[in-house]
Design a protein around this ligand. Structure first.
Ligand code: CTP
Length: 459
């Protein structure tokens, strides 16, 4: 725990946060999240079903100034159909109320080890095993010390000792406490016991000091929860399938310091690589220059130009799935100057730039060839008449599916996407959603397609 003063103020702040979270959830038509079963339904209603839908975590909320972030964590997980049952420690209750946690999780919040009503409903042993994953957030120095030494003198520590499920600890504490030899020993012991302990963030702390010990942002915690719930690599509906994804822009150099490129951020392509890997596929990401980290479990090949991208894709064949998400530059300068091009001192008022066409990577992969992947998917970035242009590209490039979007708004570089899935059978309009959600929906659709073809082949 970092500080204990000003609890009433913090509780008021927690109340305001809860009100904001509730209204945000209602705005996004997810007011049914209070009941985990209804969460799944509302997500299904919006065609947003996820493979982790129906998974449950046991969330142990310890005492710390950042305990309020556990509310946001519950909300983020609920969006994907992942439910939370909550144990609130005595110290945790100084920072967030059982009412806030119970309203967001849609379930009773458990606080006492020796509660006759709790034991009648669900014993602490069953509580510790009823979830797919136990998450301790925030994990204080005290909670970690107890767990590392097998103490069981309250509900949280007893559940941690009794559970047979994987455990994720998300530490937060003052930097000196985090760096103390005793904490280091406890963290090492927990890791040796198979517990996943996240690294805390570095930055200014509520107590005025600076360093490692801040609770990671809820998005990062949610990502770790999803990773752990998805199970070990090589498992999942796409295990055994190989996928090649192109992503990001390409850069076509004019001279050693200048190039032609575009605004692609690579977010959608990276999210698709991540989603396919999470479903168990062996993923090769051929990426142009981006600022993004390579997703866990994905093999990346970094390239600059369209020609390099095509070479890298061909070298990665054979594959079962090819998805061209890259915004490949259509042209490149006909020549690349060896030295930096110089101004002619105003002697020319117009400078002509000669361009030649780049290879069409998607078209060459979609063409009938011996090593054509079984499923070839292209993206179509359009600014008008989206469906007509997409259908034209589907035929012209020999694709099986085209994911089409209107890029006249803030799609390039933005967090959301609104796409059409155009196949030979018809067109589906997907609602606007985050790029990670588009990616997971597409990955699940691919998994279902391969599953159907397996079943048909077996019949
Ligand atoms: N693509 C490709 N190689 C290229 C150009 C595009 O592999 N040289 C792929 C993209 O990765 C995407 C699809 O083709 O999957 C469509 O890209 P898009 O930029 O929308 O279309 P273009 O083919 O460039 O056609 P236009 O610019 O006329 O819309």
């Amino acid at each position: 725990m970092c500080a204990v003063a000003g609890c009433a103020k913090r509780r008021r702040a927690g109340g305001q946060l809860l009100t904001r979270l509730l209204s945000r959830a209602r705005q996004s038509h997810q007011s049914a999240w209070c009941n985990p079963d209804q969460v799944s339904l509302s997500i299904k209603d919006h065609s947003r079903r996820h493979v982790l839908d129906g998974k449950r975590i046991l969330l142990i909320v310890g005492g710390g100034i950042a305990a309020y972030k556990s509310l946001e964590l519950i909300r983020l997980l609920a969006r994907e159909g992942i439910g939370a049952r909550v144990i609130l420690t005595r110290a945790g209750a100084e920072f967030v109320t059982p009412l806030s946690l119970g309203s967001l999780s849609g379930d009773k919040v458990y606080q006492e080890l020796f509660s006759l009503t709790d034991e009648a409903e669900m014993g602490h042993i069953e509580l510790s095993r009823s979830a797919d994953l136990v998450v301790v957030c925030p994990a204080t120095a005290d909670l970690m010390a107890k767990a590392a030494n097998g103490l069981a003198n309250d509900l949280a520590s007893t559940a941690l000792l009794a559970t047979d499920k994987p455990v994720l600890m998300v530490p937060t504490m003052n930097v000196r406490m985090w760096e103390h030899a005793a904490t280091k020993r406890n963290v090492a012991q927990l890791r040796a016991d198979g517990v996943t302990v996240m690294e805390p963030d570095v930055g200014p702390m509520a107590c005025g000091e600076f360093g490692a010990g801040r609770l990671p942002e809820p998005e990062r915690i949610a990502k770790e929860v999803r990773r752990m719930l998805a199970g070990p690599k090589g498992h999942g509906p796409l295990a055994g399938f190989r996928a090649i994804i192109t992503a990001g822009p390409t850069r076509e150099p004019l001279d050693p310091v200048r190039f032609i490129s575009n605004h692609s951020s690579g977010k959608q392509g990276y999210a698709i690589a991540d989603a396919l890997a999470r479903l168990g596929a062996d993923v090769r990401l051929v990426t142009g220059p981006t600022q993004l980290p390579i997703p866990d479990g994905v093999t990346a090949l970094r390239v600059e130009t369209a020609v390099e991208m095509q070479d890298a894709v061909k070298a990665s064949l054979p594959a079962d799935i090819f998805i061209g998400v890259a915004a490949v530059a259509d042209w490149r300068p006909a020549t690349r100057a060896q030295g930096k091009l110089k101004l002619k001192g105003g002697a020319e008022d117009k400078v002509a730039l000669q361009l030649v066409e780049n290879p069409d990577i998607l078209k060459s992969i979609g063409a009938k060839r011996k090593d054509r992947p079984r499923l070839v998917i292209g993206f179509a970035a359009e600014t008008s008449d989206v469906e007509r242009h997409a259908r034209g590209k589907l035929a012209r490039k020999g694709c099986d599916w085209i994911v089409a979007n209107d890029v006249s708004g803030d799609v390039m570089g933005g967090a959301d996407n609104e796409v059409l899935l155009v196949t030979k059978a018809g067109t589906e309009r997907w609602p606007r959603m985050g790029k990670a959600e588009v990616a997971m929906k597409l990955a699940e659709r691919i998994a279902a397609t391969f599953d159907d073809s397996r079943t048909n082949a077996a019949e």
